[in-house]
Design a protein around this ligand. Structure first.
Ligand code: PEP
Ligand code: MG
Length: 893
């Protein structure tokens, strides 16, 4: 029979799939002998069953009974027992941490009787009634779906009546009254009484936690973080310990290293006489963790010892939640902590230098997305800036935008294409949409562990938090920073690396990591971060099997790609060479009425093409350059049909005859579905001489390079092939031209001729196509369009967001390769192509070539290279190394 419940003594840190991160780590800490309040975890499997079947799995109830009995036995009291109640928390905990996204209910087991028992046991009436009102509030909001503001407003009214803003000024009698008010709210809003039966409280809370997996904000967060939708959450039932028993109690969070810089030290916040989420919610000002030493030295020393132990055990930065109950320290949670991109690189190398991990593991612990973040520009040091405030450097980067004070305004502005900074007193999980839409987030309250800071770091979004010199008036849509008034719509710049806030737009400069890749900053002259990046990249390159090429179609991009570590060009899109003034020449080619006119047009184009290819081959000397012959439909080079029609119509009888001819031509070439029309190889086969001109230009440019002492390695690629016959025609023509040029110049340059695989038919007949191809390059942009049967330009804006909402896509198939569908075609083509031609060279040049997840797939299926835009080259190099290391790791396991 499936086991759905694990005692904390039964699990371990490797069971995150089943017990969620929190449950697995609570078990790990229990097994390490650390002070964890006893409890048990209900598995993610039970959650998945509940979410798909709509009911709890059979047998779960009995298992919970047995574990609760054992817990009660161990604690010597029963759940909600009237004279001395056992109280529990019910906390969510998925495999991947989703801060603040799912629900938690504390103090379960309290009712009108047991609150009196708790009063007596704790000797503290205020505490007991405060705990009881918190239960009704949390339970009402998360389990019974009552609007949380109603409870907050009642609490605010009570404080107002007592002329205070501090909840510590409220007394036992106030909380007693509040409990009655809260019960009234529950009755009024739900039509039922707050459930007084402790076991019923617990059962309802468990279901609510399961349900919270599918709350709107959790769904949105998962999509943002690319967390699969079907994992479900575990539920942790944990004996309550209390940080709100008086000033000798408290609750806090801690990091074993600074999650922003990676440096070792004492980082965290502590809040005396407070419970649970008070710290993270940023509702009262916390003190620095180091101050705990003066408040409770014993607990402080013990916490530091535990922190060191955890870091050595996990061999990584850990973040920790703890509570002190009357001088006794309890560990409530630990996990390998989220960190900024820069800290991830620094910590990985620090741990290598401390002998805790090997370089392989260091490479595995950073990601291409993090590297991409480090390549973002930052504020120019030399620029004139008007600083208006300083907050905490919660999440690095430089963000500039118009101030908005609400998530709705942020979303609306982003939809208009505007850059905004979301300015709030503090954020809550309800602000997630605004945080996603904004360039950066600025809050006036809350520390580095506040909601804004934690979530922004997770998203890689610039954030300055706790900028207390700013008074934020959300309702009035205005903020006051000293004598500076900032209205909605004003531009500010925020620096998440320093915590500084500036009025107006501050210019940005390139990051040192980019300077390092560019070669303008040597690794040894760089700071700790640049050196860490250098060591990790060097190791990744050595480990990688996939090589990385770039998509570039001019000498400048080629040179940059090479500096960024590309070892060739995987896609040179020649149509980009026919824009601007040259468009005219293509126009002449299309309008040509006789062979002579056509040849003249092609002859005019050829020297330009020859110069283009010469420049690129020169920059990429000694490395392969894959030139793709012209791909898009010809009418893309002609004037717009409507504009031209209007022009001709308005001119009437005086219309330019060339315009008339053009209009007729545009009309003739017009296609309903150009993506599926006369383009690619089809164009090459119906416009005589077009491909031949390009091939000749390539061959002549290569011969020129040889004459200059160079080492050109051109590869010719035929686009949109669907059958071997198409490829054979194009190939024969190309081979003839290459042979002619060799004879004319006396220079023979080895030139591979291959094809793109970007149509399902090409993938399915790859075994045949390989007979005529020296290489395949997967055009996964078109392959995705043609496999799904939709055109990117048409569908992304029209229905992708709905599809993402419905979970039909976890992520857009244009960003990350759809492994099951498009990926299957890639696999088939790889296998069948190589069966025909064992040495067949295989690469990918669609945008997926620079996407971390897709790079892992391409490694797995055995491609030789990926090709992506020059700026993504370092990301692809890192991921190629990580993929190789992960495969080697799983093979040796
Ligand atoms: C592709 O289809 O993946 C590709 C690289 O070609 P393009 O994007 O130019 O159509
Ligand atoms: Mg294509």
């Amino acid at each position: 029979m499936t086991k759905f419940v694990y005692d904390f003594t039964e699990g371990n840190k490797n069971l995150k799939d089943l017990l969620g991160g929190k449950g697995a780590n609570l078990s790990e800490m229990t097994n390490l002998g650390l002070p964890v309040p006893p409890g048990f975890t209900i598995t993610t499997e039970a959650c998945r069953h509940y979410l798909t079947e709509g009911e709890l799995p059979g047998g779960l109830d009995t298992e919970i009974d047995a574990h609760l009995d054992a817990l009660e036995e161990a604690m010597g009291k029963r759940l909600g027992q009237a004279d001395d109640p056992l109280l529990i928390s019910v906390r969510s905990g998925a495999k991947y941490s989703m801060p603040g996204m799912m629900d938690t209910v504390l103090n379960i087991g309290l009712n009108d009787q047991s609150v009196e028992g708790l009063t007596k046991q704790a000797g503290n009436e205020r505490f007991a009634w405060d705990s009881y009102r918190r239960l009704i509030q949390m339970f009402g909001k998360t389990v019974l779906d009552v609007d949380g503001d109603l409870f907050e407003e009642a609490l605010d009214e009570l404080k107002h009546a007592k002329s205070t803003t501090n909840d510590l000024d409220l007394e036992a009698a106030d909380f007693r009254a509040l409990v009655e008010t809260y019960k009234g709210i529950v009755r009024e809003q739900t039509g039922r009484d707050f459930p007084s039966n402790p076991r019923e409280q617990m059962d309802l809370a468990v279901k609510a936690v399961f349900d919270s997996w599918n709350s709107d904000r959790a769904i949105l967060y998962r999509r943002q973080e690319r967390i699969p939708t079907d994992l479900g959450t575990a539920v942790n039932i944990c004996t309550m310990v209390f940080g709100n028993l008086g000033m000798d109690s408290g609750t806090g969070v801690a990091f074993t290293r600074d999650p922003a810089s990676g440096h070792q030290g004492i980082y965290g916040d502590y809040l005396q006489n407070a419970q649970g989420e008070d710290v993270v919610a940023g509702i009262r000002n916390t003190v620095a963790l180091a101050d705990l030493e003066g408040i409770d030295k014993t607990s402080y020393d013990q916490l530091l010892t535990i922190m060191e132990r955890l870091e050595n055990h996990y061999r990584d930065l850990c973040d920790i939640e703890f509570t002190v109950e009357r001088g006794k320290l309890w560990m409530l949670q630990t996990r390998v902590g989220k960190r900024t991109a820069g800290a991830a690189f620094r910590i990985a190398i620090q741990l290598v230098d401390q002998g805790m991990i090997e370089l392989d593991e260091a490479v595995d612990r950073v990601t291409g997305d993090q590297l991409a973040q480090l390549m973002f520009p930052r504020f120019d040091d030399g620029a004139d800036k008007k600083q208006i405030a300083k907050g905490m450097n919660a999440s690095p980067g430089a963000a500039v935008g118009k101030v908005v004070f609400s998530s709705e305004a942020a979303v609306a502005a982003a939809a208009r294409g505007e850059h905004v900074i979301l300015v709030r007193r503090e954020t809550t999980p309800d602000d997630l949409t605004g945080m996603i839409a904004a360039q950066g987030i600025l809050t006036s309250r809350g520390g580095k562990t506040s909601h804004a800071a934690v979530v922004a770091r997770g998203m890689g979004k610039t954030c300055v938090c706790g900028a207390e010199d700013i008074e934020v008036d959300v309702k009035g849509r205005v903020a006051q920073a000293g004598d500076v008034t900032v209205n909605e719509g004003d531009i500010i710049s925020i620096d998440g690396t320093s915590g500084l806030v500036y009025l107006g737009e501050v210019p940005v400069s390139s990051s040192p990591v980019v300077q390092y890749f560019e070669g303008t900053l040597k690794a040894e002259d760089g700071d700790e971060l640049v050196q860490a990046v250098h060591r990790i990249m060097t190791h990744a390159d050595a480990a990688a099997r996939l090589t990385v090429r770039a998509n570039a179609d001019n000498p400048e991009d080629s040179a940059r790609a090479r500096r960024f570590g590309a070892t060739g060009i995987g896609l040179c899109r020649t149509e980009h060479m026919f824009l601007g003034e040259r468009r005219q020449l293509i126009e002449d080619l299309i309008l040509a009425e006789s062979t002579a006119e056509r040849i003249a047009a092609l002859e005019a184009l050829k020297p330009m093409q020859r110069e283009d290819f010469h420049g690129i081959l020169k920059e990429m000397d000694g490395q392969p350059v894959t030139v793709r012959l012209i791909d898009p439909p010809l009418h893309e080079f002609l004037p717009d049909f409507t504009e031209l029609s209007v022009k001709v119509a308005l001119a009437g009888d005086d219309a330019d005859p060339k315009d008339r001819k053009l209009l007729e031509c545009v009309h003739r070439l017009h296609e309903q579905n150009p993506m599926l029309g006369l383009r690619g190889v089809r164009l090459g086969l119906v416009i005589p001489g077009l491909f031949a001109m390009q091939v000749r230009a390539i061959a002549e440019a290569a011969a020129d390079r040889v004459g200059e002492g160079g080492d050109p390695r051109p590869e010719i690629m035929i686009p949109l092939v669907g059958s071997i016959q198409e490829l054979e025609h194009a190939r024969d023509e190309a081979l003839q031209v290459i042979a002619d040029v060799a004879q004319e110049t006396g220079v023979s340059v080895t030139t591979l001729i291959g094809t793109m695989i970007e149509l399902p038919r090409a993938a399915l007949t790859a075994g045949q196509i390989a007979e005529a191809a020296d290489f395949f390059s997967f055009g996964t942009n078109d392959l995705t369009q043609t496999t799904w049967g939709f055109s990117r330009d048409d569908v992304e804006a029209s229905f992708f967001s709905r599809y993402l909402d419905l979970g039909i896509f976890g992520v857009s198939p244009f960003e990350t390769l759809d492994r099951e569908g498009v990926g299957r075609l890639v696999r088939i083509a790889v296998e069948e192509g190589r069966k025909t031609r064992p040495g067949l060279k295989l690469g990918v040049c669609g945008e997926h070539g620079g996407d971390p997840d897709s790079v892992h797939f391409f490694h797995e299926v055995g491609l030789d290279y990926v090709s992506c835009s020059p700026f993504r080259v370092p990301v692809a190099r890192l991921e190629a190394g990580r993929a190789a290391i992960e495969t080697a790791g799983s093979d040796s396991r």
